[in-house]
Design a binder for this molecule. Structure first.
Ligand SMILES: [Zn+2]
Length: 300
């Protein structure tokens, strides 16, 4: 069973201001600094632990993000946290002389194809147990994505293989000049070629069942029928999963307002009133998001 912690980081601008792209392959990174704890990067304190310095990546000022991180959760277990919907591109690999594997708006890729990127949080380079457990979880995540999108990880696509890494993308002219994850892999006698073969081997096995655990960390949204928000589309997806009838269009209009109001009433979240006792507009605030995560995790 592959567990995916869905912890969308709605304050990061990759989520709040990204434009949908077509995924075109998985891409591996490693963080290159010795800190295997997911809370360093991902804001989901209940599952991953609290980041005392608040320097996680769920911040609007930050201009980088990937689709997910692999590292240790609050209990020290190795876990995968997905922080961005797969239909949004991330800002992980930078750019090179030919373009960027984050997404590509050049004539050769007019459909804005984007790579799905995962950071392996580096542990000690002497800790082989951690490395092999973490990299095998990355294999399982990439195998799951290859199945979902019908990808062959070994296929040559343009200048790289379908499944690639930051260093390979950089050398092909589609990323900034970094050596990850090959640099870390070399410490353990591993390589991108060996990694690709292991993902391909996993595709020969029966598909793993996937279980989602929800820990979204999102801003407050409220009545804004004329403005599109990616985060409102996330909210609408959640409400749909919870049985409410809303269209996922990213606009917080009447339908979404009614659904949020009904959800709040069903979960005992009081509607704020002003000094005269007049009910204020309901919003999807932090209490509502917490209840949404809980309700999604309680679904059978
Ligand atoms: Zn990288």
């Amino acid at each position: 069973m592959l567990t995916i912690i869905l912890a969308y980081q709605g304050f990061n601008r990759c989520l709040s201001s990204g434009h949908p792209c077509t995924p075109m392959g998985p891409l591996a990174h490693e963080t290159a600094s010795n800190n295997p704890n997911l809370c360093r990067f991902v804001d989901a304190p209940e599952l991953l632990g609290r980041n005392r310095y608040a320097n996680h990546w769920n911040r609007a000022a930050l201009r980088k993000q990937v689709h997910g991180f692999i590292g240790r959760d609050i209990n020290g277990e190795i876990a995968f946290a997905q922080v961005l919907p797969l239909y949004l591109p991330c800002w992980g690999v930078g750019g090179g002389r030919r373009g960027s594997y984050n997404y590509d708006r050049t004539k050769s890729h007019p459909d804005q194809r984007a790579h799905l990127q995962v950071e392996l949080c580096r542990g000690s380079t002497k800790d082989a147990t951690y490395y092999w457990q973490a990299i095998s979880l990355m294999e399982r995540v990439f195998a799951h994505w290859c199945r979902t999108y019908g990808w062959n990880p070994l296929e040559q696509v343009g200048y790289t293989k379908r499944l690639t890494g930051h260093r390979e993308a950089a050398r092909a002219g589609f990323g900034s000049n970094h050596a990850d994850p090959d640099s870390l892999m070399a410490c353990f006698g591993d390589s991108m070629d060996k990694f690709r073969l292991r993902v391909a081997a996993r595709l020969e096995e029966p598909a793993e069942e996937v279980r989602y655990v929800y820990a979204h960390s999102m801003p407050t949204y409220y009545w804004r029928p004329k403005s599109h928000y990616n985060g409102v589309a996330v909210l609408q997806d959640c409400l749909t999963k919870l049985g409410y009838t809303v269209e996922t269009d990213g606009y917080f209009g009447t339908e979404t307002h009614e659904a949020v109001k009904a959800f709040r009433e069903a979960h005992g979240i009081p509607t704020p009133v002003d000094r005269k006792g007049v009910q204020q507009a309901v919003s999807c605030d932090q209490a509502t998001w917490a209840a949404i995560n809980k309700a999604l995790n309680d679904l059978p």
